[in-house]
Design a protein around this ligand. Structure first.
Ligand SMILES: [Zn+2]
Length: 373
């Protein structure tokens, strides 16, 4: 059986030049047909992180290697159920001719082997937008940033005059931001939704709390009559009518925003909560300042850019949280800008700088303690 692998004339090996600079990288990749399956082999540092996810539309597998740059080939030929591969944004995209399953995925000694076999459409549909396989050293020391693309599924969010749906724009922006952050290698990233799925507000907060997130960033592009430009919100009494109205509308997405605290006596709970909140508030405010600074470099801002509001998704008592309105889909100029991938990439890079800046300071408690507010 193994001998017949030689028949797979599709096997093409691309040995990349050795990287000039030190730094983790994928240095080679091959894709070969084998008994009707496809075998993907990546050469990367032993123990490096990797992950395979699936998307239904387009039907595709996505291979990511967070923390390792891609220095392998930019394209891979068709093999078995795989129509071909290409590298985009540091990830390998495998376009599929038919639904597939992962038969095997494991890494030893810097050789990651992923066997992809034809599967049923029903099984593949269940895999879409999920992680199928992953490995590598858990980067446990890296802080986790939770990105929360607003709305989803039956809740489209704001719909612009040109028909743009907020749920799609914020998901695309969050995915871009995730790529930016993972390429930076300073944090792990998780998303409260990675597809067009309705997630109740309370579950978004719980998602971050269960994972012990260091930072929670919610992304929106809502409507506000006449307003234009990006803005950022932290939890508080509504600082103005616009902020209050935005929060009220967002919170209507569901009413189950309750918080659960560990089972400790009520008085201990109250003390814990107020301590956490003071620190959390300071962390949220610092993040908001960085977001304003970085976004202001690149995109138009709403005057009075940092505002307070009672958004349910900002209510995790122990996790600094901000909600970024990347612009307002109710404004034709913002809508036109947010539809453009290049504009979203610009926003993502600015937010990436803010988040990395925030994390760099969070690593040094003395700097945090010295920070005002
Ligand atoms: Zn929204």
């Amino acid at each position: 059986m193994l001998r017949r692998r030689a028949l797979a004339g599709l096997l093409l090996a691309f040995a990349a030049l050795p990287p000039r600079q030190a730094g983790a990288a994928v240095t080679a990749a091959t894709l070969a047909a084998e008994e009707g399956d496809a075998r993907l082999v990546l050469t990367l540092p032993a123990g490096a992180r990797w992950r395979v996810t699936a998307t239904a539309r387009p039907r595709r597998l996505v291979v990511e290697t967070p923390g390792s740059a891609w220095r392998g080939p930019q394209r891979l030929p068709a093999a078995g159920p795989v129509r071909g591969g290409r590298v985009e944004g540091g990830r390998l995209l495998l376009d599929l001719a038919v639904p597939v399953t992962i038969r095997r995925a494991s890494e030893t000694g810097g050789r990651l082997v992923i066997d992809i076999a034809p599967g049923t459409a029903a099984a593949f549909a269940r895999l879409a937008d999920r992680t199928l396989a992953e490995g590598g050293r858990p980067a446990a020391s890296l802080p986790l940033v939770v990105l929360d693309p607003g709305h989803g599924g039956r809740d489209p969010g704001t719909i612009g005059r040109g028909g743009t749906q907020e749920k799609g724009i914020v998901l695309a922006a969050a995915q871009e931001l995730k790529r930016v952050l993972e390429a930076g290698g300073r944090c792990r990233v998780a998303m409260t939704r990675s597809g067009d799925r309705f997630v109740p507000l309370g579950q978004r907060v719980e998602f971050a709390r269960r994972r012990d997130a260091a930072l929670f960033v919610s992304l929106h592009a809502d409507s506000a009559p006449g307003a234009r430009g990006a803005s950022v919100y932290t939890l508080g009494e509504g600082s103005d009518a616009l902020a209050t109205a935005l929060a009220r509308r967002e919170n209507l997405a569901d009413r189950a925003g309750g918080l659960r605290l560990p089972s400790v006596p009520a008085e201990v709970q109250a003390i814990l909560l107020s301590l956490m909140r003071a620190e959390t508030r300071a962390g949220s405010a610092r993040m908001a300042r960085l977001v304003v600074e970085e976004l202001g470099e690149d995109v138009p801002l709403l005057p009075n850019t940092h505002r307070n509001a009672g958004f349910v998704v900002l209510k995790a008592p122990e996790i600094p949280s901000v909600l970024v309105e990347m612009g307002f889909l109710s404004h034709p100029l913002d809508e036109a800008a947010l539809r453009r991938p290049e504009h979203r990439a610009k926003v993502a890079r600015a937010l990436g700088r803010a988040i990395n800046g925030w994390l760099a300071r969070a690593d040094r408690p003395e700097a945090l303690a010295a920070a005002p507010g």
